[in-house]
Design a protein around this ligand. Structure first.
Ligand code: B1M
Length: 222
């Protein structure tokens, strides 16, 4: 069992999605995360073991290397895609409630802002960290965020903004969420956002990168 999980972990770390994927070149023609995750399930490995012992550590290593600038966006995207290749086999077990997630995370890019590459990376890393992610997309208005929190009490909320102009909308959304759900935990991020700004608008945490976001969420449930 350990061997198959190690293989799966390596596929995710290297961004090997499936057998057909030509990336990385030195793994061409080999099974990828897709086939290996399916095989692990067929061999009786539990979905939460696959998540906890292969996918989460692999994505944590990828996030760490990205934070240290040892790898860049393309490698992280490939790793996240490989993780998704494995996750598609695990999702039915999580959705049926047979396997527990660490919690729920609502994420969206704030109103007026269409940038979603960073937001998607954060969402994928957090999903890889064992959380259920509710992705509201881009240009998400305050009402849509509030509706999602109403429907998912206790979920952590993540707001992304890439434009200095839309940072103001981030503030409006934080204030509105606080009015209705005072105890919610709100995480903010995006290139122009800082810890100072996070404090100023009354959010709980700022992370400059996906791994910091995963660490923050995990700290809430540990
Ligand atoms: Co836009 N754009 N853009 N753009 N764009 C920037 C952001 C800009 C810096 C370019 C520039 O002028 N140098 C500039 C913003 C200036 C400012 O306000 N400070 C800008 C502008 C001005 C615009 C338009 C206004 C241009 C125009 O039309 N005149 C327009 C706005 C449209 C709109 O949103 N309403 C616009 C449009 C676009 C495209 C649609 C063409 C495209 C977006 C495509 C897409 O996202 N699907 C685009 C792109 C690609 C960029 C750049 C080139 C790249 C952004 C990106 O994806 N980076 C960008 C310039 C640049 O950054 N070099 C630029 C990679 C991504 C991985 O990083 O998003 O920072 P990032 O995410 C990071 C962290 O910030 C963090 O984790 C990620 C990974 O480390 N993070 C979080 C992000 N969200 C987080 C949330 C968290 C935690 C961490 O918790 C919840």
């Amino acid at each position: 069992m350990i061997e198959i999980l190690q293989k799966l972990s390596r596929c995710v770390e290297c961004g090997k999605i499936d057998k057909a994927s030509p990336y990385p070149p030195d793994m061409k023609g080999q099974d990828g995360a897709d086939e290996i995750a399916k095989r692990a399930l067929d061999e009786g490995v539990k979905p939460d073991e696959i998540l906890e012992k292969a996918l989460i550590p692999a994505m944590a290593a990828v996030g760490d290397r990205f934070s240290k600038k040892e790898i860049y966006v393309p490698q992280m995207l490939m790793a996240a895609k490989a993780m998704n290749g494995a996750m598609k086999h695990l999702k039915p077990f999580f959705q049926s409630g047979e396997t527990k997630r660490r919690g729920k995370f609502i994420i969206g890019t704030v109103s007026g802002d269409l940038h979603d590459i960073g937001k998607n990376l954060v969402a994928m890393m957090i999903e890889g960290g064992g959380w259920e992610v509710i992705d509201l997309g881009v240009d998400v208005g305050t009402d849509k965020f509030i509706k999602a929190v109403d429907e998912n009490p206790g979920a952590v909320i993540g707001l992304s903004a890439l434009l200095t102009t839309t940072m103001e909308n981030m503030k409006k959304t934080v204030v509105a969420i606080r009015e209705k759900h005072a105890d919610s935990k709100i995480l903010v991020g995006g290139a122009p956002v800082t810890m100072d700004y996070c404090t100023k608008i009354g959010a709980d945490f700022y992370s400059p990168d996906p791994q910091g976001a995963v660490n923050y969420l995990n700290s809430l449930v540990s």
